[in-house]
Design a protein around this ligand. Sequence first.
Ligand code: 13P
Length: 351
Amino acid sequence: MPQIGSSKMTKLDIVANAARMVAPGKGILAADESTGTIEKRLAGIDVPSTEANRRDYRQLLFTTPGAEAHISGVILFDETLRQTGSNGVGLAKLLWDKGILPGIKVDAGAKGLAGSPGEMVTEGLDGLRERLAEYVELGAAFTKWRAVITIGAGLPTQACLQANAHALARYAALSQEAGLVPIVEPEVLMDGDHDLERCAEVTEAALQLTFRELFNQKVLLEGMILKPNMVLAGKNCARQNSIEEVAARTVAVLGRQVPAAVPGIAFLSGGQSEQEATAHLNAMNQLRNNLGPSPWQLSFSYGRALQASALQAWRGRADNVEAAQAAFAHRAKMNGLARGGEYDATMEQEV
Ligand code: 13P
């Protein structure tokens, strides 16, 4: 298979890389926080967001001993794909050498949708073909684009769902043209007081439109990964659901809207705690074990739910690197077990 910086990826390579990203027992680390978001995360541990600190933190995660047992890919931000580790080796090459695929966030962020107060559309299509060609040279194997859908009074509008689905499909088609596996992320936010059923309804509508647009834009479903939200009641909803209710409703919605040709679904954590995100994934894979196989792998592509304890353990100090790596390795292992429905909350004491 072509390696780092190759521009000779065929359709077969794209399909093989997509399958590798959702290999059983493994999932994806989202470490592609934009400059503003990483600044917030680092401020939370009183660390200034300098280029060197951002590099040190991400290097710590990527060099965690044994991470490759449960991490198949890492989503990077533009700056990180161009950075060199303290040993002089590029961070993307370091990941390739560990057998982990580097990917790149290529959207330019969610901006206000004209004519639709309170809603957003993700930008970044202009010049994307040229940027993708450069990312291939820099060693990326896959891409990510995040659309944001808000639930509220009268929201989302059809205009918002349609505009975001169209952009996701345009992005996915361009990524595959460049030989890259697109992660297609339509995120229905947890913010609000809506209940589980409302989230199910909106998630279903967003997925249906997204797959219609992916079909229209001739995206090869076998060579993409879907990154959806789980179906959850809003953060401010008085009635929060059990782990089993969330798992059953999420799998039902996906079963109705995600074609069997898609190799894998890698959930975002979206503000769930580390343990909630693991328990939900575990329950879905247990359902899958009990009800018979689902067509796609049910995996993870977590940001906060893989990094929160590692970040707290690190606090910007070199003498905490080992403890931070142990915290990250533990989360990766717990989610790796959840991939097979083999996680139990009692395992949290191991660390
Ligand atoms: P969270 O898991 O923190 O939601 O981040 C995943 C991600 O990549 C959002 O785009």
